[in-house]
Design a binder for this molecule. Structure first.
Ligand code: XUL
Ligand code: CO
Length: 443
């Protein structure tokens, strides 16, 4: 299959990224991600379902609150929106193909510039670019992991979309949401994502939180019912984040989202898309969020990136911490992987990384980190005492009175009687250092 599906090569200095193993000193090769290697019964490719994201990689140019971005893209040289959009898509599919990414994700406005279009005009633009995307997907075999609507950048959504206190604004957002759902279905998208955007509040003084949350649930029901009617059988994912852009985001973390979907009857259709840097902003670890999702049967998908230990905003850096990846992959493997989703690189190269090839290096590092984490986690689960040691901490619940307690067979008086008989219980070490050393032994 030819790598270039358009008529222009955007990344001429980089070829197809191959697996060369950890002894290779080729920066443009995988050291760990051997797509066809079988681990725990599936290939790495099947376990991880890697995806490229459109917004950071092909739209974001490194802008920050202090100025525009220094990154320059050849596809921006086209004067008209359609020319820019098709050139950007040629570049994107060239990149996905060279990287060996089987999936991609987008916001509606990433695909083609909105430029103050009316809903009807934007719908026509989306028709145009999704026709082109169908051809690119067909030619490359790359699939759409999920689509979403950007209902947070345009100033009209400053007070939110589905939680906006003003019904006409909510309805205007719905018109855009419908177009994004239609585009996702047209392209065979396997999932549809709702990241909160500005669904949250800045001050409670002007906010009726109950009304906003009731409306948000209605918004999600309405979207889900429409998509199902159109024949969409994929998952809906809510992407938790605790803050930024609003002070308090309603989808704070996975536990909050689990409560919300259960309260409002959305639990059969909605799972979570967990982003690493959102987990850490919520003062959780990534693995904590994965575990909460797995235990609630909601582990849908992952937005892979990392934050920064020294600051407290969403830096969206490429993942590179092996210890954290191993701990996360222990949860991932024990949960049996993701329900319908994949590992999407919602990550951006640094503002100062201005060579076109830098986006390859970021993805190579991220894919190797996840692959290496998964391979090591599998070894730990199979070869070490890790699971046995963890189980042993709970051994007293496996039989006798402990088991009777878990089965609800003891009332409080009976439980208290046992407690009196026990006297001062034996001190049992938590052994954290031993667990940590097991992880490091396999890295
Ligand atoms: C924002 C974020 C988004 C979502 C999609 O922090 O992660 O890019 O992934 O809207
Ligand atoms: Co994200």
């Amino acid at each position: 299959m030819s790598i270039i599906t358009g008529d222009k090569e955007f990344f001429p200095t980089v070829g197809k990224i191959e697996y060369e193993g950890r002894d290779s000193d080729n920066p443009f090769a995988f050291k760990w991600y051997d797509a066809d290697r079988v681990v725990a019964g599936k290939t790495l490719k099947e376990w991880l379902r890697f995806s490229g994201c459109y917004w950071h990689t092909f739209c974001g140019k490194g802008h920050d609150p202090f100025g525009p971005g220094p990154q320059r893209f050849a596809w921006d040289n086209y004067a008209d929106a359609k020319g820019r959009a098709t050139a950007k898509m040629d570049a994107a599919f060239e990149f996905f193909t060279k990287m060996g990414l089987g999936y991609y994700c987008f916001h509606d406005v990433d695909l083609i510039d909105e430029e103050n279009s009316s809903v009807e005009e934007f719908g026509k633009k989306l028709d145009f670019i999704t026709d082109y995307a169908q051809q690119k997907q067909q030619a490359s075999g790359i699939k759409l992991l999920w689509g979403t609507a950007n209902l947070f950048s345009n100033p009209r959504y400053m007070n939110g979309a589905g939680t906006n206190p003003h019904f006409p604004t909510l309805a205007r957002a719905a018109a855009q949401l419908k177009l994004a759902i239609d585009a996702t279905i047209k392209l065979g998208g396997e999932n549809y994502v709702f990241w909160g955007g500005r669904e949250g509040y800045v001050t409670l003084l002007n906010t009726n939180m109950k009304q906003e949350l009731d409306n948000f649930a209605q918004w999600l029901h309405t979207a889900k019912d429409y998509a199902r009617k159109q024949g969409f059988t994929g998952n809906f994912f809510i992407e938790p984040k605790p803050m930024e852009p609003t002070k308090h985001q309603y989808d704070f973390d996975t536990a909050t989202v689990a409560h919300f979907v259960n309260k409002y009857g959305l639990q059969d259709d909605f799972k979570v898309n967990i982003e690493v840097n959102h987990a850490t902003l919520a003062n959780h670890t990534f693995q904590h969020e994965l575990q909460v999702a797995a235990d609630n049967n909601m582990l849908g998908s992952i937005d892979a990136n990392r934050g920064d230990y020294q600051n407290a905003w969403d830096t969206d850096q490429f993942p590179n911490n092996i210890n954290e990846a191993v701990e996360a992959m222990l949860v991932y493997l024990e949960a049996g992987g993701l329900q319908g989703g994949g590992v999407n690189f919602d990550a951006k190269t640094r503002r100062e990384s201005t060579d076109m090839e830098d986006i390859f290096l970021g993805h190579i590092g991220g894919m190797d980190t996840f692959a290496r984490g998964l391979i090591i986690a599998d070894e730990i689960l199979n070869k070490s005492d890790y699971k046995k040691l963890r189980e042993a901490r709970y051994a007293t619940f496996q039989s006798g009175q402990g088991k009777a307690f878990t089965e609800g067979k003891l009332d409080l008086a009976e439980l208290a009687k046992i407690g009196i008989e026990v006297g001062e219980p034996e001190q049992i070490s938590g052994k954290q250092e031993l667990f940590e050393n097991i992880i490091n032994r396999y890295i």
